[in-house]
Design a protein around this ligand. Structure first.
Ligand code: NAP
Length: 311
């Protein structure tokens, strides 16, 4: 793979930006990788571990002459970052982001960008429950989808160049309207996270049990919930606040189904339960057949390198 952008600026240096830096280097996609983060501590770590070729103190400095700028901060921080970099962007630059919600990010970022700059929102469907500059690794995006949600009027050439870049990072790339993205992700990622947070919260409420048995005897199902519920609180707070409508819609449907299952248990309707679980097992098979997970007993997850849907 050859160089696609001369200078890539990463704003925010956590899991996703770090993984992008590693993946770019693996494939030689960027002439120079410049990064910045909010805190001096993160910037210092990034220099120490050589995460980027250069680390700047401010986002305004990082984007100077960059032909690709990637916003890798929590969704709730996109507007302030866009306001800072807007006046410093090079004409013809592409600005993208990796946020887990798309309509709200577009509303936050677009007003701050000058004409002549291409804004192509994106979302890599890959992640782990870890965060920070040490968390990234080059393989994170391999064979995962990155969704691009270009707004009307975007130059197709700028979009296909960004698509080639993500393919160089190992991803499968698809385009999708932003509102459809937010609904799909509410189903596949956001609501499942909320359910995991709730389940672990319920267990924690049962103090008597949590103090001993829940941890000691934690079965695979609960362990998976705790892994998901260990995801970054800031990131997930912002996801729910900014994908409010779609999450509430899916949560409403979830609650209806839950009540139906609750009723089947109460009335002893084994057929209902069996039919339901047969249908859901089929969905699991579909995911494996699509190459998005393995059927190994540990889901092929290894220590911590799993897709979080998450997002
Ligand atoms: P992360 O590891 O927590 O890193 C976030 C970075 O953003 C840090 O460098 C942090 O700087 C910076 N930051 C935080 N708040 C900021 C603010 N108010 N202003 C400026 N910078 C700020 O996060 P991540 O997992 O890489 O997530 C980044 C983005 O990717 C989020 O929008 C998230 O929705 C999306 N995403 C995440 C996943 C996932 O599984 N984690 C998957 C797909 C997409 P400091 O270190 O200095 O605080």
């Amino acid at each position: 793979m050859s160089m696609i952008y001369n200078k890539v600026a990463l704003i925010g240096l956590g899991l996703i930006a770090g993984s992008m830096a590693h993946a770019m280097r693996r494939a030689g996609l960027a002439g120079e990788i410049v990064g910045t983060a909010r805190s001096a501590e993160t910037r210092k770590i990034a220099v120490e571990i050589g995460l980027c070729d250069r680390v700047t103190e401010t986002a305004a400095q990082a984007v100077k002459e960059a032909d690709l700028v990637v916003l890798c901060v929590p969704v709730g921080a996109m507007a302030s970052v866009a306001a800072e970099i807007g006046p410093h962007l090079a004409p013809g630059a592409t600005v993208t982001d990796v946020g887990s919600v798309k309509q709200d990010v577009i509303a936050q970022v677009a007003p701050h960008l000058p004409t002549g700059v291409h804004f192509i929102p994106g979302h890599p469907l890959a992640g782990t429950e870890h965060s920070g500059p040490h968390a990234g690794f080059a393989e994170l995006f391999d064979n995962r989808y990155t969704l691009l949600t270009p707004v009307p009027g975007t130059e197709p050439e700028a979009t296909s160049r960004l698509g080639r870049f993500w393919e160089g990072c190992g991803a499968n790339v698809e385009e999708m309207p932003p509102d459809h993205h937010d609904l799909v992700l509410a189903v596949t990622s956001h609501t499942p996270h909320l359910i995991a947070y709730t389940m672990v919260g319920v267990a924690d409420d049962l103090r008597r049990v949590t103090d001993s048995e829940v941890i000691k005897y934690s079965a695979a199902g609960f362990r998976d919930f705790t892994r998901i519920a260990a995801s970054d609180p800031t990131m997930w707070r912002d996801v729910f606040l900014s994908n409010k409508q779609a999450t509430l819609e899916i949560l409403g449907r979830f609650t209806e189904e839950l009540f139906a299952l609750q009723r089947a248990i109460r009335t002893g309707d084994g057929d209902h339960l069996h039919d339901y679980f047969t249908r859901t097992r089929g969905i699991r098979r579909g995911i494996i057949e699509a190459g998005q997970d393995t059927d190994a007993p540990d889901f092929g997850r290894g220590a911590s390198r799993q897709e979080d849907g998450p997002e």
